[in-house]
Ligand binder design. Structure first.
Ligand SMILES: [Zn+2]
Length: 75
């Protein structure tokens, strides 16, 4: 995990595929997963992702995001 400061303004733009296995739906870059897979994430993890994004705590957000992506890939 990089300790580099992350800024919302430098967040990549464009699209990426949903990280869940066998999905591949194209979604906006600031979204973690497609709607269907986002709702499969544990509620606590989703709440933390939303809070850290809103408060701009992006270092924490990125680490939570990686955790969520790993979680989706295990399914
Ligand atoms: Zn998906």
């Amino acid at each position: 995990m990089s300790t580099r400061q992350v800024s919302k303004h430098h967040w990549p733009r464009g699209c990426h595929p949903c990280p869940a296995r066998a999905c591949g739906e194209q979604i906006a870059f600031h979204m973690l997963a497609c709607r269907r897979h986002w709702h499969r994430l544990p509620r606590d993890l989703r709440a933390l992702l939303v809070t850290t994004w809103k408060t701009g705590d992006l270092t924490r957000y990125v680490s939570l995001r990686e955790e969520a992506i790993a979680w989706l890939r295990r399914k």
